[in-house]
Write a protein of this length. Structure first.
Length: 280
C-alpha cells in the first residue's frame, strides 16, 4: 500500500512535468498492490473523471506501461489499436487524445505510473517524451530515499529502545544518525521529515552524552548536518557530496558551528557537540 505522504513526491513531479513539457494535463498514481495503480494526483484536469481510476496491469495505456515496465505512448487514444480500451469513458470525459505513460520503477519493481496528455491528436516530440521520463525518475529517486529512511528509522528505533544494545553498536547508531541527517533535506513529505528529525534528536541524546556542565548551544540544522559528517571523519569535500552542498558552503557552516561551540579544531567541535547533546 502506498504511504499517505508519497503523494507529495508525485505532486511535485507532475508539477515539474507540466512546467517543463508544456503538456496541459498530467496525472498519475502509485500501485496499491502488484497489479493495480490508482490515479490519485492530477494537474490541469477539467473534470474528476480520472481521479480514483484504478489501472490494471495490461489494461489501457498506463496498464501496458506497467506490464511492460517501459514508457508507452499513443497519438490518438480513442482510435489506437495498440492498447485495450477499458478506460475510454474517463479519457473521453477529459477530452484526452495524445497520451504518454511512464512507469515508476524502483529496483526493478513497478511502483507507479505517470501520464502526460494533449487534447489534440498530435505526435509527442522527443523533448516531451524526455520530460515525462525525467519526471518519473524524480519520483523513483524520491521513493528510493523514502525507502532508505524507513529502513534506517526501523533499525534505529530498535537500537535506541533496546536496553541490551551492546556498547560497541553505538558506532552504528552514529552512522545511522549521519545518514538520516543527510537524507532529511531530500524528503518532500513534511510529516516524514519531521519524524526523521525527531528520531535524529532521540539518537543524539540516546547515549546520554550531554554533560551537566555543558553549555546550551543552538546550531542551525545545516550546521548540525555538517558537524555530523565531520564526526564520521568526512572531509569538507565528502560532506559536500553527501549533503548536496558546495565545499565552500560546508566550510562556512563548519566555521560558524565551531564558533558557536567554542571549538578551534574539527575534533574539538565534535566533542563539544556531543557534550551539548547534539550528536550521539
Amino acid at each position: 500500500m502506498p504511504e499517505p505522504g508519497e503523494a507529495v513526491e508525485m505532486q511535485a513531479a507532475l508539477l515539474r512535468l507540466r512546467r517543463t513539457s508544456g503538456l496541459p494535463v498530467v496525472f498519475g498514481g502509485l500501485l496499491h498492490d502488484v497489479r493495480h495503480a490508482r490515479i490519485a494526483e492530477l494537474n490541469g484536469a477539467r473534470t474528476a473523471a480520472l481521479r480514483g481510476l484504478v489501472i490494471s496491469a495490461g489494461s489501457g495505456l498506463g496498464g501496458k506501461a506497467i506490464a511492460l515496465s517501459r514508457p508507452c505512448a499513443v497519438t490518438d487514444y480513442p482510435s489506437s489499436r495498440h492498447i485495450s480500451h477499458e478506460y475510454d469513458m474517463a479519457v473521453a470525459a477529459e477530452g484526452l487524445r495524445s497520451v504518454v505513460a511512464v512507469p515508476v520503477v524502483v529496483r526493478r519493481k513497478v511502483r507507479g505510473v505517470l501520464y502526460g496528455a494533449l487534447r489534440e491528436p498530435l505526435t509527442l516530440g522527443d523533448r516531451t517524451f524526455a520530460a515525462a521520463v525525467s519526471a518519473a525518475r524524480d519520483v523513483e529517486q524520491a521513493l528510493v530515499v523514502r525507502d532508505e529512511v524507513q529502513q534506517l528509522l526501523a533499525t534505529t528505533r530498535e537500537q535506541v529502545t533496546d536496553p541490551d544494545t551492546p556498547p560497541g553498536s553505538w558506532e552504528h547508531v552514529r552512522e545511522a544518525h549521519q545518514e538520516l541527517r543527510a537524507l532529511a533535506p531530500k524528503i518532500l513529505d513534511p510529516a516524514l521529515r519531521e519524524e526523521l528529525l525527531a528520531v535524529c534528536g532521540r539518537l543524539a541524546s540516546a547515549t546520554g552524552a550531554r554533560t551537566p556542565s555543558a553549555r546550551r548551544v543552538q546550531l542551525a540544522p545545516r550546521e548540525v548536518d555538517v558537524i555530523t559528517c565531520v564526526a564520521t571523519g568526512a572531509t569538507n569535500a565528502v560532506a559536500a557530496e553527501r549533503l548536496g552542498l558546495r565545499p565552500e558552503t560546508v566550510k562556512g557552516y563548519l566555521r560558524s558551528a565551531m564558533r558557536k561551540l567554542g571549538a578551534h579544531t574539527r575534533l574539538e567541535a565534535v566533542v563539544a557537540a556531543r557534550r551539548a547533546g547534539l550528536l550521539p
